[in-house]
Design a protein around this ligand. Structure first.
Ligand SMILES: [Zn+2]
Length: 304
């Protein structure tokens, strides 16, 4: 009798222990859309890549930022190379691994080449957490990454469900990073620079979201963290990009002092032009209106 009592007691202790055990990390699955034979949206612009390649690059930048700048977040992927993964397999992978978050990365396409902008999709507007994360991503796109946001959409907007959102059992958002059928957006998405900006916008939104959702987990990196890099960061305003080298003194720059940066990219747009050198993003932002008024309507703040 005494033995049974002891067994029961220890069982109780273990159960209580589990219930009150604090979670020590979160797991995010990053899903690069399409892959293999499924190329996603196809480009008609020479030198540009089809959707599946852009998705994978952005997905890897995103995962890289999470691993580099956050503690206690485990990153897993549905694919890390150009392999075919079915939609069922993606859903099963996420559900079986019981990940906390599922971020699917896509680029959009449209017959109308003028259509451009980012979208974040959720299965339903009643999935509160997914909607919240999606809104944070779109906010980062429009306020920090200089993108045009087309907002948060659900199955009713699309008039059909997206399988990876419908059947995954966790907070899930599918991000459309821009239209590869719009020449200007396609140029941006095909640069390493553009891919990094898009990935860092999603990263910042994700970081903001998990910090709110898990107050008991510390996501701060300790030694050698991002804080040092951020402290040394300088900011500028990107006013243009070009295929050909353009002289610093060119009249197109309207007497602004530009810094030309050659991108390490396979895309046609090899050069970007940045003005200003500021210690903080807000300082750069304060100058942005003036630059836009000079005729550089798409100018945006960026790290130098
Ligand atoms: Zn897609």
């Amino acid at each position: 009798m005494r033995n049974i009592f002891l067994v029961l007691c220890s069982f109780l202790v273990i159960s209580i222990g589990n219930t009150f055990a604090q979670r020590s990390q979160v797991v995010v699955m990053i899903d690069a859309g399409h892959g293999g034979k499924d190329v996603g949206h196809e480009t008609s612009i020479s030198g540009h890549q089809n959707e599946k390649h852009l998705n994978l690059k952005i997905a890897k930048f995103l995962g890289g930022y999470i691993e580099k700048y956050l503690s206690n977040v485990k990153v897993v992927y549905t694919r890390t190379d150009d392999s075919s993964v079915s939609l069922d397999a993606r859903v099963d992978k996420a559900n079986n691994a019981k990940v906390d978050y599922f971020l699917s990365i896509h680029c959009n396409g449209n017959e109308n080449k003028n259509v451009r902008g980012t979208e974040s999709h959720v299965h339903s507007m009643s999935s509160t957490k997914s909607v919240k994360l999606a809104r944070m991503i779109e906010k980062q796109f429009s306020s920090r990454a200089g993108r045009r946001s087309r907002g948060v959409k659900d199955k009713n907007d699309l008039q059909h469900s997206l399988q990876v959102l419908k059947f995954t059992e966790m907070t899930s958002v599918l991000v459309e990073c821009g239209f590869i059928t719009n020449a200007r957006e396609a140029n941006y998405l095909n640069t390493t620079y553009g891919q990094e900006i898009i990935a860092s916008a999603v990263f910042r939104a994700f970081r903001g979201f998990i910090v709110q959702q898990h107050p008991n987990i510390s996501f701060k990196k300790t030694a050698g963290s991002s804080a040092t890099t951020d402290a040394n960061a300088r900011y500028g305003i990107q006013i243009a990009s070009s295929k050909e080298w353009i002289d610093d003194e060119d009249s197109r720059w309207k007497s602004l002092e530009v810094k030309r940066i050659k991108l390490n990219t396979t895309s046609a747009y090899k050069y970007i032009y940045i003005v200003g050198n500021y210690a903080s993003r807000s300082e750069a932002k304060a100058k942005l209106t003036g630059i836009r008024e000079k005729g550089f309507k798409d100018a945006f703040v960026t790290k130098r």
